[in-house]
Write a protein that binds this ligand. Structure first.
Ligand SMILES: Nc1ncnc2c1ncn2[C@@H]1O[C@H](COP(=O)(O)OP(=O)(O)OP(=O)(O)O)[C@@H](O)[C@H]1O
Ligand SMILES: [Mg+2]
Length: 432
């Protein structure tokens, strides 16, 4: 069945297909006649031989054997038989082939026996000696029932197949969407370092063109900027490698223990030269203790850099942005956090809340986030910036990276006062 992009259309197509499906070539029904008396057996043979494929049994065991070998639609069973009674045969036949329709032939049976037969899902009973028309009508009706049931059954199977296919399709769509998100993530994360690289290349070019002779000072300047360009390039390569690894579906190696002091130092190098810094005041407090974090180093830098860039960009007016961190030697008291118009805590469910934890904050004195905007900021592609200024992916990436690192994220904001993002990540003592 061809798959349509829209699951609803696919469902409609498939239903139409089921309805239009050319009916299976009609086969003659198969009728089993079970009677230990030769006379009625032969007269039934004469009545039905031209209409159905006939199978004859003179006792219960033969009937059951035939049912195991053939696809029988309807059985006509005499209740009173020597050896295995018709009721017993019915019970076993229904066990072997639950769909068989059975018509019981009764002579002097009590209503109890008949009730028992009906309980065992016989579809009809006929008094012996039977008249021809009644017997024909009963078998025809049973055959019709059997045909309808099998059609319903195969339609139900098709619907099941269809549901499975739709489910698969949804999974495929999900994978495609995840891939799309990952590609968008790569581009977003690489954009920052690329802006820095391109800015520095321009500055170096200007220096080179300004002087015909290189002074020692120029050489130092270019050497320093080249160092930054190299670091940014490595950063780009690491980011793309990390995401491509996700696409290849290889779980990353166990998170290395990165020294937080070193991380904040690297982050400062990147943020101080970021084009969004502009004239804003920026302060990064070096980390006091030697502690590790159980998360990939580039992930931490991406998280904090995204938060810092948002903080720089939150207002065209000059404002202050601070980054800092500390070690928490006790688990977080989650009861102390309350979501509200000014606060949100994310990832509580996947937080590895065991000490030591490393806490980072990125605070700004910008305009704050309005209460109606706050619930939306982590949605992918949500942005309040112009089309060329923001893609709305930054915070969704931050959210995902923190979740993957089993950390948590808290936002506190107040209109007119500013915003503080606090990141909690599982810490690790560094081997001495
Ligand atoms: N420090 C902040 N102060 C005020 N608003 C913020 C701050 N950080 C984020 N926001 C709000 O959250 C929105 C979503 O941020 P996010 O980083 O996901 O996307 P973006 O910054 O708009 O675009 P991109 O990150 O792709 O450049 C922003 O558009 C902004 O409205
Ligand atoms: Mg952003």
């Amino acid at each position: 069945m061809p798959l349509t992009a829209d699951p609803l259309t696919a469902a409609n197509d498939a239903v139409a297909e089921i309805l239009e499906a050319t009916p299976a070539p009609k086969r003659r029904g198969t009728l089993l006649i079970v009677d230990d008396e030769d006379g009625p057996r032969q007269s039934l043979r004469v009545i039905f031989k031209d209409e159905y494929d006939l199978l004859m049994a003179e006792d219960g065991p033969t009937a059951i054997e035939l049912a195991q070998k053939h696809d029988i639609d309807v059985a006509v069973l005499d209740i009173r038989m020597a050896g295995m009674s018709g009721i017993e045969v019915l019970e076993r036949l229904k066990y072997v082939k639950p769909d068989i329709e059975a018509i019981m032939m009764t002579a002097f049976e009590t209503t109890d026996t008949i009730r028992q037969a009906l309980r065992l899902r016989a579809c009809d009973y006929i008094n012996k000696p039977f008249d021809l028309a009644t017997m024909r009508a009963a078998v025809a009706q049973a055959m019709q029932r059997r045909r309808l049931e099998s059609e319903i059954h195969s339609s139900a199977e098709k619907v099941q197949e269809l549901l499975a296919e739709l489910q698969n399709q949804r999974v495929e769509e999900q994978i495609a969407k995840t891939r799309g998100d990952i590609y968008a993530g790569i581009i977003h994360d690489i954009n920052g370092p690329l802006a820095v690289i391109s800015g520095f290349v321009q500055v170096m070019n200007q220096r080179l063109n300004r002087n015909s002779r290189m002074e020692l000072e120029d050489l130092e300047f270019i050497k320093n900027r080249l160092g930054i360009v190299t670091r940014q390039t490595t950063n780009c390569i690491e980011i793309s490698r990390r995401y491509l690894q996700i696409l290849r579906d290889k779980p990353g190696q166990s998170a290395p223990r990165v020294n937080v002091k070193q991380l904040l130092h690297d982050l400062e190098q990147l943020v101080r030269v970021h084009p969004s810094l502009l004239e804003n005041e920026f302060d990064i407090t070096p980390f006091g203790e030697d502690v590790g974090v159980k998360v990939n180093g580039t992930d931490v830098i991406q998280i904090l850099q995204n938060l810092a860039v948002n903080a720089f960009q939150c207002s065209p007016k000059n404002h202050r942005v601070e980054i800092g961190g500390e070690v928490l030697r006790a688990p977080l008291d989650l009861k102390a956090f309350k979501d509200g118009p000014n606060d949100r805590l994310l990832n509580v469910e996947s937080l590895d809340n065991t000490a030591p934890l490393v806490k980072f904050w990125v605070r700004d004195t910008g305009p704050g986030i309005a209460p109606e905007v706050l619930p939306k900021i982590f949605q992918p592609y949500f942005t309040t910036k112009g089309p060329r200024e923001g893609t709305g992916l930054g915070l969704s990436i931050v959210h995902r990276l923190i979740k993957e690192g089993n950390g948590a994220l808290h936002v506190h904001t107040r209109a007119g006062e500013g915003t503080a993002f606090t990141v909690y990540l599982p810490g690790a003592n560094l081997a001495k």
